[in-house]
Write a protein of this length. Structure first.
Lengths: 319, 273
């Protein structure tokens, strides 16, 4: 009971925070400005990051802080610079300009001890193998100072019955869960997940989401890239929208793009015609409507802009 | 919620990671039917076919089959090292295995230690199989006395040179299939001009000259000194076994291969995503 009460309080606190940030100080940005110093306490701190491939600018002056313990989703269309940003943080690519600190170190010279704190799930996966799932996990675990038990991790990703199957024989979704298992077997403080659920069916994605939530409870910080809006909304504490190599907004999913205060759309059928109206006071509007109809309003629907509406507007018009 | 720093736990020792990688590489090799058949059985099949067809006397009671067995041992070492490394590393680079390994705290040296363990095991196995076939089916004598020593250093130096070359060559290929398409014909041509399928003395001089730039010719020559009677040394281009030069050329190839590896080895595909 006490736990339940505590959770309730936290949820209220969360709501309060949201309301305050929108109505009182809408101009305050939730992410660092160019020229701000690196945040030494952050899990990931990035300033002025630039990466070019030939003439193409993949990342164009990106500033970002990811707090310890949070799940941060980087959301953006293909080619927006998500993977490049993540792979620079992982130490795979060197930036052309800017500063990056991941768990307090510069990724381009992170040693074994630094890598031991990371878990990396690459977009391209962990490769093919003739080894069984359990053997692969045991091998991977042996590179880390304080690994999780291979069977425990298999259970966590729901692959227990595949423990003795060779990795090559797994289906696409199972293969991806094995990639995640390989990413977490080293007991990472910080986990990178680059489009982890691409190719999952809806059921597998739900299972994956609950896996991520249980990892959050263990205190793992996560940087997740995805182009699924519902995934970002379901998992992330904060979402950063990236387009053309720049972060165009960082926010709690429910307030992304001022979704909270955006007008609602009320629609109904009147005289056989579909009618719709945009209003910032939908409750009052519906009350009036109900009065007019004297009973049920035919086909009444009240819609807030979906995350998708907001998102498409944002990436279509980057300021 | 434990976001505070964990107490420092020691990283696993190099030896324990080396042991893991050796186990992984052996399983990867022996569980892949194509690699086992291609690398281990193909030389034996060739030996059986050629031995049946070309069992003539090349002089002094030595049959071509005996000559050919020596060549096949050299070709077997080439397959277990150069071809095996070029194809398997190109495959692992293109499918992301290498990239994900380098993202773990595994010491990079462990990857190469694992590969070397694989090459050593496969090479030893090939040698045992081919020697057994040679001794029981074709009346080849096992080396005696100091010949064992020559056998050991020729096989080791040759295998080391070809392993390093294979690792370098893997960087030229886009994936395992293209590595195979590239390295298999090269190996085959080298085998034809280096005295594996024909007696080296019957290969045209200009081809002998080309062959002399590559390690296979010298491996085969060194092995002939071990398994064939010494009067056949007169048939060699220089009229002798030239063991000093065998050691020199193979040693130089080891150095060149090492330099190439250091200069060209990549953990990820070049293509930027």
């Amino acid at each position: 009971m006490i736990a339940g009460e505590t959770q309730g309080t936290q949820a209220e606190g969360g709501d309060c925070l949201l309301v305050t940030s929108i109505s009182a100080v809408p101009a305050v940005r939730d992410w660092p400005q160019p020229g701000d110093p690196l945040d030494p306490a952050a899990a990931i701190s990035v300033r002025g990051l630039v990466k070019r491939y030939g003439d193409f600018v993949a990342v164009d002056g990106l500033d970002l802080d990811i707090r310890r313990g949070e799940i941060f989703a980087l959301l953006g269309p293909n080619g927006a610079g998500k993977t490049t940003t993540v792979e620079i943080c992982e130490g795979y690519r060197k930036p052309d300009a800017g500063e990056v600190r991941v768990l307090g170190e510069d990724p381009s010279d992170g040693g074994r001890r630094w890598k031991a704190q990371l878990g990396i799930v690459l977009q391209s996966g962990a490769g093919d193998s003739q080894l069984t799932c359990r053997e692969l996990l045991q091998a991977q675990a042996s590179y880390y100072p304080d690994p999780r038990d291979a069977d425990e991790v298999l259970a966590l990703v729901g692959l227990t019955e595949k423990a003795k199957s060779r990795a090559k024989t797994l289906s696409g979704g199972q293969r991806r869960r094995l990639d995640v298992a390989l990413g977490i077997v080293g007991r990472p403080t910080l986990l990178f997940l680059d489009e982890p659920t691409t190719g999952f069916d809806p059921e597998a994605r739900r299972q994956f989401w609950s896996l991520i939530r249980s990892l959050r409870e263990l205190g793992t910080t996560m940087l997740l890239t995805t182009h699924y809006l519902d995934e970002a909304e379901a998992l992330a504490d904060r979402v950063g929208v990236i387009a053309r190599g720049r972060l165009i907004e960082v926010a709690v999913p429910s307030v992304l793009g001022d979704r909270e205060t955006a007008p609602a759309v009320v629609s109904w059928t009147e005289d056989g015609v579909r009618r719709r109206a945009e209003t910032s006071t939908p409750t009052a509007f519906v009350r009036d409507l109900a009065g007019r109809f004297d009973g049920e309003v035919p086909d009444l629907a009240v819609a807030r802009p979906t995350l998708e509406d907001v998102y498409l507007r944002m990436i279509g018009d980057p300021s | 919620m434990t976001t505070t720093a964990r107490p420092e736990v020691a990283l696993p020792s190099l030896v324990s990671v080396y042991r893991t990688r050796a186990r992984v590489e052996l399983k990867e090799f022996f569980r892949q039917r194509e690699s086992v058949v291609f690398t281990l059985l193909f030389p034996v099949i060739l030996l059986g076919v050629f031995g049946a067809v070309l069992n003539y006397d090349i002089g002094g009671g030595v049959t071509f089959t005996q000559y050919f067995m020596v060549g096949i041992i050299a070709a077997g070492i080439l397959g277990a090292s150069l071809q095996n490394m070029a194809i398997s590393i190109a495959t692992e680079r293109s499918d992301g295995t290498l990239k994900s390994l380098v993202g773990t705290p595994m010491p990079k040296s462990a990857y190469f230690v694992g590969k070397i363990a694989q090459v050593l095991t496969v090479t030893l196995l090939i040698l045992v199989i081919l020697l057994a076939v040679g001794v029981f089916a074709y009346g080849v004598d096992l080396p005696s006395g100091s010949d064992w020593f020559t056998f050991a250093w020729v096989a080791t130096l040759g295998s080391a040179a070809c392993t390093l070359l294979g690792i370098s060559v893997s960087s030229l290929a886009k994936n395992g299939r293209s590595a195979s398409a590239m390295v298999t014909p090269i190996a085959l041509v080298l085998q034809f001009i280096s005295g594996v399928f024909f007696q080296f003395s019957q290969v045209p001089t200009w081809m002998q000259t080309i062959a002399a730039f590559f390690p296979l010719k010298w491996m085969a020559q060194g092995l002939r000194s071990v398994f064939l009677p010494d009067f056949l040394a007169a048939q060699e281009p220089a009229g002798g076994w030239e063991l000093g030069r065998v050691a020199l050329v193979l040693g130089l190839w080891c150095l060149a291969g090492l330099a190439l590896c250091v200069a060209t080895f990549r953990w990820q595909d070049r293509a930027a995503g």
